[in-house]
Design a protein around this ligand. Sequence first.
Ligand code: PEP
Length: 253
Amino acid sequence: MRKQIAAANWKMNCTYQQGEQLLDDILSANIALKEHQQTIFAVPFPYLIMAKSETENENNYFVAAQNCYNKKSGAYTGEVSVEMLQSIGIPFVVLGHSERREYFQESNKMLAEKVDLSLQYDITPIFCCGEPLNIREAGTQNSFVEVQLKESLFHLSEKDIKRVVIAYEPIWAIGTGKTASSEQAQEMHAHLRSVLAKQYGAAVADEISILYGGSVKANNAKELFSQPDVDGGLVGGASLNAAEFTTIISSLK
Ligand code: PEP
C-alpha cells in the first residue's frame, strides 16, 4: 500500500514554546502508526531541530521544512538551502505551497529546480499544486493542475518521481473553511494519478502518495481520506490544535 500521510503545515504560527507544547500534546496521544502511515510536521525553520529531537524516537513521525531555496549555496541572504536541511537530518520539504507561489512569485520552473535539488540531497519533496477559484469556476482545473505537474515534475526519471509526494490543494479551500467535497477531491486525485500514469505508467502512478489539502478538519478527515486516491492530507489551521490533529492522524487509512 502506498504511504498514507497526515502532514501538518504550521505556516508562520506558534512561538518556540507553543510549538514545543503542541508537539508534546500530539505525541503524548501515543497514536501508533502502521507501517504504511506517516505523520509529518512542517514547522518554521528555527524549530526544525527541536521538532526533530521531539519526534526522533517516535515510529513514522517526521519533520519537514516549509520551503528551501533553488540555489545550492552562496550570496542569498536570508535563504535556506537543501544542503543545510540535509545537514540537520530533515527528510522532507514542502515545495510550491500556494502561499509561496502567490506572495513570493514561485514559478513552476523555479519549483522544478527546488525539486531537483531536494532529490539530489535525499530530501523528499511534498509538491503542492492546485487551482484558484476562477479556474475552478471556469471548469478548467484539470488542465491547470496538469500543467503544474508537467512543468515542475515531468522531467524527473521514473525512479525519482516515485520519491515525490504530491499535495493537491485547491486554493479556494485553503484557510477558507470551504472544503472540497470528497467527490471533488477524489475526482481530481484520480485525474492526477491518470496524468502520472500516462507519463510514467500505471505501476509508478500507483506508488505515488497524493495528499489533499484545504480546510481538512477532525470532522471531515475520515471521509476525505477514505476516497481511494486520497492518501491523507496536508493540514494548515487544524494542525495547530492537538485534539483536531490527533483525530486527523487517526483518520488515516
Ligand atoms: C495548508 O496550509 O496547506 C492548508 C491546506 O491550510 P488549511 O488546512 O488551513 O486550509
